[in-house]
Write a protein that binds this ligand. Structure first.
Ligand code: PLP
Length: 655
């Protein structure tokens, strides 16, 4: 007999703690996965159980929802297999619009006498299509770009078309970098060089004199406010970026000496990324205002105050100051910045500067999701447990069997202890050669049945024995996903980031399994076993049992920031397929861009292999095998063909 319990409906259940599935609603799924908390109105669950992306068509007052699974089917029809990154262009546009409109509202409300100009930091998502969309759509808001390297400046120069947008250049700048930036300014785009170290300034002065182009200069200061969240250690005095106050004054002196103080127009600070606590932002702005007014007093014209990035994304949907969340809304963020600047500069009669921010994460996170299928599941269920023990079973097996038949709510800890004890005895007997492979397998199965039953009864006990707390996790399934954590979700591995994860279909069914996720890199770090929900962190994710001959798809959401660019080639899993979709007002959607991910030949060439010479090497080996009579000429041809086709194939699991 399998262990069983009577559930609340009085029906005997053989193995799963399911309630009556028909009671399960799509609202239950939305609640369970927290969609309404982290989805920001973009993601939800439809009445027939699909995850949908919702686009708000402003002006028409119309919202259009598209099931993500429909887009997946469309991708497959176009030969774009899983895993894939799906980008929704409309969401990117909407974020830029929201950011700009929120600042415009705050400026109006606070009676602020200047405007806002956003710049998107290219490093957060350098993908050509993302930058093109930001430059094109952002043009109507004069939304510019921030470049931290020469390569990024080249991107900015070629993409920006609107001449009221800014380019802000951060990072270490050599003469070539500065030359390019000066040309950009000469062509009519306001391009600021933000000086990060005093060593940069002489190069800027020299280049601008040589070309006869006056630079726009900014200074990056190191604020002393410490910021909560993941980057706490790097903020404040220990920040590796920015000028100390003494170095700042040195810059002012150098500029005065070169007769260029009038070029100093921008103050820049970036107190950190994903700042969960609004109070840190307010303190940062306050300190920045002190520096700003100090520079005005030194005689610099100023006019631009750049507060950097840091606007957070509520990955867990808890609206709190925990690392993956934020305790404020966009409007509050804007009002806090605008109001703090006004309050601090008004008493000094300093004109209100143009406000710049460099929001990266908050601009692009929502627009991308990673989609993948599940390849396999390893469950920890007993298999083929017999009705009764075979005759003459070893004494310790009989003891285990007895434990199994006598699990009771009142004695869970005792059953657990006994089970572990007898199971270990059996393992010892196996090591000594006193029981065989089949007996050991039987013992492991009985033990699993006992654990499972204990886990089922656990909710009924008043005080949870602490030793048993991990039992549900230990018994959870492993769902093997067709993706590489290192390539597609590097921050999960690198900084314990969490992202919302949920199935994109079957949400009208109760997910009856508890699972952790493993990727296909066969690296023990390639797993996900932390899931944030609005109620806190859980170590397992509820999922549906797989169905025969049917794919099961999961989505990892809010991955548009940093994930696409920081990924690596661990185990030589390459870039995934990428699709950009635009949802139309009539409810249809268009595949605006498709990129096929890396082929095996591509990733091999990244690590300096030459696929052509590899083919030649194989040809020689195969020819030698023909000569030695190991294979026929026909087989030689088959081998070469299979090799060639593999080289052209996708690096991920292909069905
Ligand atoms: C990384 C970075 C940003 C982007 O920060 P987010 O928190 O993603 O908005 C902005 N400015 C600078 C200088 C940066 O280094």
């Amino acid at each position: 007999m399998m262990p069983y319990i009577n559930d609340s409906t009085g029906k005997a259940n053989t193995n799963e703690p399911t309630r009556n599935t028909s009671e399960w609603t799509v609202q239950d799924s939305a609640q369970l996965y927290g969609t309404s908390h982290w989805g920001a109105g973009y993601f939800d669950v439809s009445d027939n159980g699909d995850a949908v992306v919702t686009v708000d068509f402003n002006g028409s007052g119309k919202q259009v929802s598209v099931p993500i699974i429909d887009i997946v089917k469309g991708m497959q029809e176009r030969g774009l297999e899983m895993p894939a990154v799906l980008r929704i262009e409309n969401l990117l546009d909407h974020r830029i619009k929201q950011l700009n409109e929120a600042f415009a509202r705050a400026i109006k409300e606070c009676g602020y006498r200047n405007h806002y100009r956003g710049v998107f930091p290219i490093k957060v998502n350098q993908q050509c299509h993302v930058i093109e969309e930001i430059a094109t759509f952002g043009g109507s808001f004069h939304h510019g770009l921030e470049a931290g390297s020469k390569a990024e400046l080249i991107i900015a120069l070629s993409q920006l078309k609107d001449h009221d947008s800014f380019i802000v250049c951060n990072g270490y700048k050599d003469a070539e970098f500065i030359e390019l930036g000066l040309y950009a300014k000469q062509m009519g785009i306001r391009t600021f060089f933000v000086v990060e170290t005093p060593a940069e300034l002489p190069i800027i002065i020299k280049q601008s004199q040589a070309l006869g182009i006056e630079p726009l200069i900014g200074v990056r200061i190191r604020l002393s406010v410490a910021v909560e969240g993941h980057w706490e250690q790097d903020s404040g005095d220990r920040s590796i970026f920015g000028l100390s106050t003494a170095a700042l004054l040195d810059i002012v002196e150098q500029l005065k000496a070169a007769n260029m103080l009038h070029c100093l127009q921008l103050l820049h600070c970036h107190i950190g990324s994903q700042i969960p606590n609004i109070r840190n932002i307010r303190s940062g702005v306050l300190e920045a205002c002190r520096y700003y007014s100090g520079l005005v007093a030194e005689g610099a014209p100023m006019g631009f105050l750049d507060m950097g990035g840091g606007l957070a994304v509520d990955y867990e949907g808890s609206c709190s100051n925990s690392t993956h969340s934020m305790n404020y809304q966009l409007d509050e963020y804007c009002v806090d910045i605008v109001e703090t600047i006004r309050e601090n500069l008004d008493p000094l009669n300093i004109e209100h500067p143009v406000i710049i921010t460099e929001s990266g994460r908050a601009t692009v996170a929502y627009s991308s999701m990673l989609l993948f299928n599940i390849l396999d599941v390893r469950d920890h269920k007993p298999t083929n447990l017999p009705e009764s023990l075979p005759e003459n079973s070893h004494e310790q097996l009989q003891n285990l069997w007895y434990v199994k038949d006598n699990v009771q709510v009142k004695k869970l800890q005792e059953s657990y202890n006994d089970c572990l004890y007898y199971r270990d005895e059996v393992r010892e007997l196996f090591r000594r050669g006193q029981i065989n492979l089949r007996e050991r397998a039987l013992a492991e199965n009985i033990a699993l049945a006992i654990f499972e039953e204990i886990a089922l009864l656990l909710p009924q006990v008043e005080r949870f024995p602490s030793e048993l707390e991990n039992l549900p996790t230990l018994l959870s399934d492993i769902y093997y996903g067709n993706f590489s954590l290192f390539q597609s979700l590097p921050d999960i591995w690198a900084i314990d980031q969490t992202f919302p994860i949920m199935p994109i279909h079957r949400l009208d069914e109760e997910p009856t399994r508890e699972a952790i996720l493993a990727d296909i890199t066969c690296d023990c770090d390639g797993k996900i076993d932390q899931f944030t929900t609005p109620d806190g962190v859980r170590s397992t994710l509820p999922l549906h049992p797989l169905r025969a001959n049917e794919e099961y798809y999961l989505g990892v959401f809010l991955v548009g920031a940093y994930q696409e660019t920081l990924g690596d080639l661990h185990n030589l899993f390459g870039d995934t397929n990428v699709v950009s979709v635009r949802v139309n007002l009539d409810g249809s959607y268009s595949f605006v861009r498709e990129f096929h991910g890396d082929s095996i030949a591509d990733v091999l060439s990244y690590v300096e292999y030459d696929p052509k010479s590899m083919q030649e090497q194989l040809r020689r080996n195969a020819e030698a095998a023909v000569r030695e009579g190991k294979i026929t000429v026909t087989m030689r041809q088959q081998i070469l063909k299979a090799f060639r086709e593999s080289l052209q194939g996708y690096t991920y699991f292909e069905r």
